[in-house]
Design a protein around this ligand. Structure first.
Ligand code: ZN
Length: 340
């Protein structure tokens, strides 16, 4: 967008703390903020906080359960809760909602640097039979899309399927595209191509599962052949990017082989649509990737492409399976969209 990029952040997000070593910890966010600061991106730290927002996506019983927690406890085997967690989670939702409204009003894009992440949080917490909430409490991206007041699309590039977002949006005509590692090889075990939405949401849920070790060369094809054609036809007024940096080759939790090149290419293509964009932080567990990726993305808004890592090439055995999967996505979604 012509208005450039702003960061949205609060120190409150650091108060969601594990008691033991955990990949989702405050240092992640320090890396992201360092990347934004290095790029000279202005960072806004004030926004209204609204306790009623989680009810937009989650059932009352679940929100009330989260509000009843105190001290240090575990929501499930993956997802911890600490004395600062509710405040952090409600600020995270509020920041995403604020960013969407401000982006629409000002024509500025926003990098919403929040924790805890949100895309695995479903209507009742755990989504679609997943074994856990995958470090998430409230679904920041889905709630931003639901409250934007305009036609919004959610593009989820986190390596894990955004099962919570899919569940929340499944029967609504809000476009959700998730590109993720094959659910048979990674948590949360959902995100198959044939999950296309129901009722008025039919055709608006697009899953692109990719085999482990898929690299940049194939990812670019997903962007050009699936994401961009569908987005152009959907014609959104707001883009909500569920920005997980864990599809990067260096991420310790998953096996896609992307470099920052794929993220930069996607960002450039999304920016070319001329629609306000908010990037809502999801996963990403390599501190280096969080900082360098964020820096590279933010520098695009300064009109500068920083020197990137060498593009990754997919092994031929993997790329033939990945391309078969892209053809399958196109075949299934040709019922709803003009795709070739
Ligand atoms: Zn993830």
């Amino acid at each position: 967008m012509v208005g450039g990029l702003k960061g949205l952040y609060s120190r409150v997000f650091l108060e969601h703390r594990p008691t033991h070593r955990h990949p989702e910890n405050p240092a992640r966010l320090n890396s992201v903020v360092a990347g934004l600061a290095r790029a000279g991106t202005p960072i806004v730290e004030t926004f209204d906080v609204d306790d009623s927002l989680p009810y937009m996506a989650h059932e009352k019983e679940y929100v009330d359960f989260i509000r009843s927690l105190s001290g240090y406890t575990n929501i499930d085997g993956d997802t911890y809760f600490s004395p600062g967690s509710y405040t952090a989670a409600i600020h995270a939702v509020s920041a995403a909602v604020h960013a969407a409204k401000a982006a629409l009003r000002e024509g500025t894009d926003f990098y919403v640097a929040v924790r805890p992440p949100g895309h695995h949080a479903g209507r009742r917490g755990r989504a679609m039979g997943a074994p856990s909430q995958g470090f998430c409490i409230f679904n920041n991206a889905a709630i931003a899309a639901l409250t934007a007041g305009v036609r919004a699309a959610v593009i989820d590039v986190d390596v894990h399927h955004g099962n919570g977002t899919q569940e929340v949006l499944y029967d609504r005509d809000i476009l959700y595209i998730s590109v993720h590692q094959d659910p048979y090889t990674l948590y949360p075990g959902t995100g198959r191509v044939d999950e296309v939405g129901v009722g008025s949401g039919e055709g608006y849920n697009v899953n692109v599962p990719l085999p482990p070790y898929t690299g940049d060369d194939v990812y670019v094809e997903v962007i050009d052949e699936v994401i961009m054609p569908i987005l152009k036809q959907y014609d959104p007024r707001l883009l909500v990017v569920s920005l997980g940096w864990d599809a990067h080759a260096d991420d310790p939790l998953a096996e896609l082989e992307l470099t920052v090149n794929s993220y930069v290419y996607l960002t450039e293509r999304l920016m070319s649509l001329g629609v306000p964009i908010i990037y809502v932080l999801e996963g990403g567990y390599s501190y280096r990737v969080l900082e360098e990726g964020t820096f590279s993305l933010a520098m695009l808004y300064k009109g500068e492409k920083v020197r990137l890592e060498r593009r990754s090439e997919t092994d031929p055995h993997v790329s033939s399976r990945a391309r078969k999967m892209i053809r399958e996505v196109i075949r299934v979604h040709s019922r709803f969209w003009g795709l070739s």
